[in-house]
Design a protein around this ligand. Structure first.
Ligand SMILES: NC(=O)c1ccc[n+]([C@@H]2O[C@H](COP(=O)([O-])OP(=O)(O)OC[C@H]3O[C@@H](n4cnc5c(N)ncnc54)[C@H](O)[C@@H]3O)[C@@H](O)[C@H]2O)c1
Length: 252
């Protein structure tokens, strides 16, 4: 299996890459953070290449795609995991440039890599799978989450539309919607909540634990397991879905 993972240097993206590589896939990694090259040195057998690239920039996507084809020779799976939380401002106080940047990275970036992957899969005529990383906060609105939630809700609807368009070509398109996963992005969100409400990081962390029926934060490995399943033939009749990976918190 030949897999492209965006956001591969991050907490969830690294876990997704590790899962695919340990399952025997060959992976091409994309991230804005140059540490993507070094971080995965220990998985050199399965990592065929990487690009330091911005998922929201068409030129970067085109250049990285050339490298993907040299390294992998084709694409069977694209995992769109790159994302940013953006500032914790409320919509009324948010700078329009900040709102646009969140949508550009989370939604337009997912569109650009899904489009690039789909075009290659259509040329190959071998089918394939696209797995997008949406969010619990793209299923329910929260204070300080206007840009992020709108971008991730967009990812779920992009997923549904592309699943309908690409299904006749044997290409399945699905999304996971993680919630409360123990990564720097989530800890940043808890720090922002603490600052906004005058509590502390630990108080906010305990609130989350009370809210999650399974009583713990999720891990990148929890998300990677569902992504790997969605990309596999075990999910051969699953397309257009957004699957919550959130410890039992209800989305919509
Ligand atoms: N942590 C959570 O609780 C949680 C919940 C729901 C959804 N998510 C989503 O999961 C994904 C991974 O998040 P994470 O928690 O691992 O966060 P993270 O910040 O650790 O990882 C995000 C990665 O994306 C990369 N990135 C950011 N902007 C980019 C760009 N323009 N081009 C290329 N790469 C870029 C970053 O460099 C980073 O490596 C994100 O899409 C996030 O929205 C996370």
């Amino acid at each position: 299996m030949r897999v492209v993972v965006t956001g591969a240097a991050g907490g969830i993206g690294e876990a997704i890459t590790a899962r695919f590589v340990s399952d025997g896939a060959r992976a091409f990694l994309v991230d804005l953070d140059p540490s993507v090259a070094a971080l995965l040195g220990s998985r050199a057998d399965g990592v065929a290449g990487w690009a330091v690239a911005d998922v929201s920039c068409v030129e970067d996507v085109n250049a990285a795609m050339q490298e993907v084809l040299v390294s992998l020779g084709g694409i069977d799976v694209v995992v769109n995991c790159a994302g940013i939380g953006g500032p914790a401002s409320t919509a009324a106080t948010m700078d329009p440039g900040d709102f646009r940047r969140v949508v550009e990275v989370n939604l337009v970036g997912t569109f650009l890599w899904s489009r690039a992957g789909a075009r290659q899969m259509l040329r190959q005529a071998t089918g394939g799978a696209i797995v997008n990383v949406a969010s619990l906060f793209g299923q329910q609105g929260v204070v300080g989450g206007a840009a992020y939630g709108a971008s991730k809700a967009g990812v779920s609807l992009l997923t549904q539309s592309m699943a309908r368009e690409l299904g006749p070509h044997g290409i399945r398109v699905n999304a996971v919607a993680p919630g409360h996963i123990a990564t720097e992005m989530h800890w940043d969100e808890l720090r922002a909540r603490a600052a906004r409400t005058g509590t502390s990081f630990e108080v906010e962390r305990q609130k989350v634990l009370r809210e999650v029926p399974l009583g713990r934060h999720g891990t990148g490995t929890d998300v990677a397991a569902v992504v790997a399943w969605l990309a596999s033939d075990d999910a051969a009749y699953v397309s257009g879905q957004t699957i919550g990976v959130n410890g039992g918190v209800l989305g919509s």
